[in-house]
Design a protein around this ligand. Structure first.
Ligand code: SAM
Length: 214
């Protein structure tokens, strides 16, 4: 039987800090959130390993390092309003809920959204809300957002998400083909939109109006 707390500590030291994740708040959140609760019981022993895991509906919970890298890139200091596209297991949602003021998350598979919601409730997170739908359209009613994170790969940056960024806001999004993408940070600055390539990643597809077609 794995000691989950120890496995989490080891994950933070060997997979995150050792690879350059330096934001103390992000490391603390990853030390705290019980990742094993977001995966199927049969896979719990692997939940702190250095790779993604299946969560049903042919989707995955992302590798811990990728969760940390994307979260750190949002530059959260607390109190922000954040939008997540692709709730999946709800693990990334919990990390965001630890670091931001309010988290809005959208998932296209109702079964995943329901399970994620259940676990987040059970763990006591009260500052996140999950909706079922096409997240490539964003969440207009509650825009603008200080941070937007897309946890699925898209052929191009969905324009509604750029439009829903607050001034100074950051959008983190994997853009590329189905086999691999580059992770982009898109910032809305007074001078205009600034894009930075953060490096290569591999995600499941963002399926929707502004992503891949079904
Ligand atoms: N953040 C998740 C976690 O911590 O478990 C990982 C998410 S998984 C890599 C990507 C998720 O995006 C899948 O659950 C998938 O169903 C969802 N997805 C794909 N296209 C979507 C869309 N247009 N709107 C909302 N969710 C979408």
């Amino acid at each position: 039987m794995v000691n989950f707390k120890k496995a989490r500590e080891r994950m933070v030291e060997t997979q995150l800090a050792a690879r350059g994740i330096g934001d103390a708040r992000v490391l603390e959140a990853m030390r705290k959130v019980p990742r094993h609760m977001f995966v199927d019981e049969a896979l719990r022993d692997q939940s702190y390993n250095d790779h993604p895991l299946p969560i049903g509906e042919q989707q995955t919970i992302s590798q811990p390092y990728i969760v940390a890298l994307m979260t750190e890139s949002l530059g959260l200091s607390g109190g922000e309003k954040v939008l997540e596209i692709g709730t999946g297991s709800g693990y990334q949602t919990a990390i965001l809920a630890e670091l931001a003021g309010r988290v809005f998350s959208i998932e296209r598979h109702p079964a995943l959204a329901q399970r994620a919601n259940q676990i987040l409730q059970q763990l006591g997170y009260q500052n996140c809300i999950i909706r079922v739908g096409d997240g490539s359209l964003g969440w207009r009613d509650d825009a603008p957002f200080d941070g937007i994170i897309v946890t699925a790969g898209t052929p191009a940056i969905p324009q509604p998400l750029v439009d829903q960024l607050a001034m100074g806001g950051r959008l983190i999004v994997p853009v590329g083909d189905k086999l691999g993408q580059d992770l982009y940070k898109v910032e809305r600055a007074p001078e205009g939109i600034r894009k930075t390539n953060l490096g290569g990643v591999r995600f499941v597809d963002l399926v929707g109006k502004w992503g891949w077609k079904e």
